[in-house]
Design a protein around this ligand. Sequence first.
Ligand code: ADP
Length: 280
Amino acid sequence: MEDDSEGLFATLFSKLFGHKDGNLEELILEARQDGEINPTEVAMLLNVLRLGRKQVREIMIPRTDIQCAEVDDPLEEIAQLIIECGHSRIPIYKENRDNIVGIVHAKDLLRLSQSHPQKQPTCRDIMREPLLIPETKNVTDMLQVFRASKIHLAIALDEYGGTSGLVTLEDVMEEIVGEIEDEYDLPRPDEIQVLSDDTIMINGRTPLEEIDDRLGLELTSEQVETLSGYLCELAGRVPMQGETFTVDGKIFEVKDADAKQIHWVLIKPRPKTPSDPEEN
Ligand code: ADP
């Protein structure tokens, strides 16, 4: 263990066990205020504690974004997909995406390219059993399952047994240490782009919780978790590009949407009307 982290744990242990009451989060925040641990360490410790309160569905890649292939697709096509999308594991479905029956690993394809089997191998010959978990699984438990099973990609299922999303060990680690990118990850535009003091462009996928955390905009819903879902719920359908909504005294303009979801929303102040009270 490094000297620095030894110091961190010594401080924490004395704090944690020296106190009879107070929850862990409060004690960590207290230690930060006293300058005993630095903000990066505080953020990681708090993230670890919060993992236990998160469900897989909050951190997974949604079903529509999963790069997958059909069980009868030729292996050359799957290899081409791996090259194009940059992911090393491809879920394989039978008939439709709700029925994931295996996972093809790039390494297994590579190994195959060096062997000389008698008959032409198919996807069924090399795919591995998928790890299927409920989308409501707690993220701390997910981490344990990844460790115990030594399988680092899982398919999350909804309550009806349909595919809800995909989660990997990297997604869980990112919850603790923040964004991790490898050399194959495509650059992602920032979900929240502050264009000026009062104009913000937000990706439709952004969780409502993050919008509240970062912008203090409290958009609450019992049913949905993203900005796109929120505006769809408000409209009772998927709004079209150019439609606007007034929420919390601000204008939400749909900048980019397709038939299924909203991609980008511009939030700007509502223009003043003569009936608005004068500002001092
Ligand atoms: P890889 O390096 O193969 O992309 P990682 O585990 O490093 O795998 O995952 C990086 C990110 O890509 C994670 O957010 C993960 O959920 C996502 N991901 C991995 N495989 C797929 C896939 N087949 N389709 C869509 N997203 C995927």
